[in-house]
Design a protein around this ligand. Sequence first.
Ligand code: GCB
Length: 609
Amino acid sequence: MLERSSLAENALTSLHDEEYDVPLNLQNLNHSTMVFTKGRTSTSLNGSWNFCVDLLDTGLRQKWYEMQPANPVDRVEPWDYDPFMGESIPVPSNWAMLKEKWYFFEGSAWYTKKLPPELFKKRESDAESDQRYILRVGAAQYDCKVFLNGKFLGNHYGGSTPFYVELTDDLAEETNWLMLCVNNTRTLDRVPMRNTDWFNYGGVYREVELFSLPREFIRDMFIRLSQDGRAIEVDVVVDRAVDSAVDGPSIHHAHLEIPELGIAQKINIEHGKGTCRIAAEPERWSPENPRLYKVVLTAGEDRITDNVGFRSIVRQGVDILLNGEPIWLRGISVHEDDDILGKVTSDEDIRRRLAHAKELGCNFLRLAHYPHHERAAELAEEMGFLLWQEIPVYWAIDFDNHNTLKDAKNQLIELIKRDRNRASVIIWSIGNENPDTDSRLSFMRDLAETARLYDPTRLVAAACLINHAKLKIEDRLVDHLDVIGINEYYGWYDENFDDLYAIGKNSDPDRPVIISETGADGDNSSQGPSGGLFSEKYMADVYRRQIDTLQKLAYIKGMSPWILYDFRVERRQNIFQRGFNRKGLIAADKSTKKEAFNVLASFYHSIKD
Ligand code: GCB
């Protein structure tokens, strides 16, 4: 008789086990495992991966990740999926965009790839044997469990921030199989929760890379202009291999160089950490002068580089001061969405977005409603744009649930740690249109404090609430913010435009307000109406009236109307929407402009200095 494996036994017992995924939900891949990878070379794991959607979680129940590659004729037990053969898809991608039958699929999906064997040839040579191998997944929506050669290495929550897994100790000498189980189920207790106004794209939709690092490596570097503007401050974290006999890293100093400023500075490292203040007068970064300096940090055998702009951003009364000067934020909101590719983006896509923003006369973008690709902040820094970045604490999150707070906080810290060297980013936003309850207040207060703890150099905002009974900007969260975002849709959801005048008059905020959203839908296709709601003309009129009203309010320090491009969303199904939110100034083809584009462009160009 053929001898069967424990997997066969498990396949039967697992039918009745509803706790099958509990041991696999550690959320141990979080902000604490992040590694500074910008500017480092890596081995790309993009390209073709074996793939299977798994609605019933059969793979987790039956432990598909423990299967060994085998010729089907040699297998000794029946199997429900073979991770080593079958269908494949490209990474990065969103499965909804690849096959019609996957369009609305929500659940687990399996990705399997053999790691490039060249990597392990290197491991055999003496010089490389001390290397450590770190896997970076740019983004996988929402829960991603990682398995290497059948072993569970951990999971990550959060659909839009990168995560990092050390593979070193679990790599085999010859063949290595990596498996990811990605689940995009919307749940009540996560961030975001079940209901959103954007499409629930699942999949590994940003780059996957493998980094080979020295035994002791630079885990983190946070560099910025000091608050008094007279120095550059830097914090460094050095990591050592876990099994090192040394108590703490043997690295006792790092070297920072900024050649164009004549800086070559030794930084003392104690217990893996170092911090330093270096007197300097860098030229200030601004949208008009996006000046970047090359920064090089070395520690032991490791070396990282970054291109960094130095600038200050503070709030003073109702003003936002950039490098000490009041600034008015001429903005536009954007989603990370593409008619053909879903959430997959590229330099070309981001550059097109920034070029359209330039054409509008913008100096500011709101990257809604979740962390966008890190290249967005990098290209904005190069091309001279200020950014509002946010996490998906959107609508009615489960504010009473400490697991939800843990998820939100982790995504916030991951975003901040990823992008806090970017001069372009001036605002961390912690939430969007959340109902004003006691639990929401304490949840959001915690997030505001967390943002300041991890980055005391930027402004904290949220899209807040209007008291519609009193017609006044009134939200208890405001006390914990530097900038008040207001989403208002007078002329669209709220039909009475006079109310906007009343709100303007009745409100007397003690800090700056940004109109973080306003707008109207306009279908400019051949199916669109020629007048009334959903017409291009009506939309342009809303823009005219909004601009006319808002520009008279002195405490308003900017706006980011909703939105640059039409974007896909399940909940918009009328004959003009057809599965898209049509509030874009440009249609979903990212080229056909609507009349409102010109209305906003002429306003922004008229107020440009
Ligand atoms: C909002 C939301 C945004 C929606 C928008 C709309 O207030 O913040 O996510 O897409 O309104 O179009 O209704």
